[in-house]
Design a protein around this ligand. Sequence first.
Ligand code: 4G4
Length: 260
Amino acid sequence: MRFGVVTLFPEWVEQVTSVGVLDKANRQGLISVTGFNPRDHATDNHRSVDERPFGGGPGMLMQISTTEAAIKDARSALPDAPVVYLSPQGRRLDQALVAELARLPELILLAGRYEGVDERLVDAEVDLEVSLGDYVLSGGELGAMVMIDAISRMVPGVLGDQASAEQDSFAAHWLDCPHYTKPVEYRENTVPEVLRSGHHGRIEAWRLRQSLERSWDRRPDLFERKRLDTTELSMINEHLSTLEKASTTRDGKDDEEPDY
Ligand code: 4G4
């Protein structure tokens, strides 16, 4: 998978392959990240890459000519790549979109600064607008790096064992179960017995139950579109009965203040 990033900070973005699994994947030739800088195409004495917006107001926009030239550079290097624009107006990134994009051989990410890119340049050059979530960043670079990380780990061979990738596809549907390591006793708390039982069937069932219960408690929205099989359904029903009992016996003290 080859990534091109149109950015005023190419050295920074390229650093995404300097550590961990992405460093290894880069060294193995499984992925590459190349920056394309609009400033390389600036012609005035100040090498400016920004421009004032029509209609006035505070803030600047990416200058069309230098941004377009950097996109052209990226397209010459990555001729088959669609162009993705990182912006708060985009389609929300999730694991399903990550998996879809990981099937491509090449991807160009457009990371805007200032107040973003002229809408006509977006219409002419951008295939897909993507958002990381409902918050504002100083630029699209961190979004581009998040996408490069998430997509790269879905590229065959990047993650050591195939089991990790399968874990991830499960994680796309449900929250992960809790994990434990040594020591067995830590700050008065003991590792759940079942995880030390060596009984693989019961361990898998426990992990599934934990995932479903945590998803139900913390992310009820995950149940809106997902169909449950009979095992999942009975686990959730049992959790509901447990919650029901707890709410009728408890004194209510523990729901006065959130403790995050
Ligand atoms: C494009 C338009 C993405 C790029 C406007 C980018 C948040 C996200 C930017 C802007 C970004 C996100 C000035 C807001 C750069 N911020 N949620 N900033 N802004 O994915």
